[in-house]
Design a protein around this ligand. Structure first.
Ligand SMILES: [Fe+2]
Length: 144
């Protein structure tokens, strides 16, 4: 159970890292396809943001406290923060790699939830996995 709780914290930190980077890119992206990119990123960061509360509340359901500070999220996140403004294609390549990192953490969480006998947590993470596999297809199609 402890491993599952720790993994959910990593998933929450990674979620927040992916959220902040995609919102940052939404603000700063440039190029001739700006309207489509800006709109796609709007949907992306909102989807990711809307997952964070449920992830944190699953940690609470397992009787642990949810992390909620920038310093802790930086420690936990598998996604590095964005401190520069790259060109649009580099933004999407970066987001594709970061989305893949989130997928890896979700997969690890599903395995641990199954091992811990927590099917509801596994089911929740499977839904997130499916949503982000769809995003992986979209990001792959943008950068091709
Ligand atoms: Fe906006």
């Amino acid at each position: 159970m402890e491993q599952l709780i720790e993994q959910l914290k990593v998933i929450l930190g990674t979620n927040f890292g992916l959220y902040l980077k995609s919102h940052n890119y939404h603000w700063n992206i440039e190029g001739k396809d700006f309207p489509q990119y800006h709109s796609f990123l709007d949907g992306f960061y909102n989807d990711v943001w809307n997952q964070s509360d449920d992830i944190a509340e699953h940690i609470r359901q397992l009787n642990a406290y949810a992390p909620g500070s920038f310093s802790r999220f930086i420690e936990l996140s598998a996604v590095e923060e964005a401190t520069t403004v790259p060109d649009a294609n580099t933004m999407f390549i970066t987001l594709k790699a970061d989305n893949d990192k989130y997928i890896m953490q979700l997969r690890a969480g599903i395995v641990l939830a199954e091992q811990a006998g927590e099917p509801a947590v596994s089911n929740f993470l499977q839904d997130l996995l499916g949503a982000h596999q769809k995003k992986a297809w979209m990001l792959r199609s943008i950068v091709k």
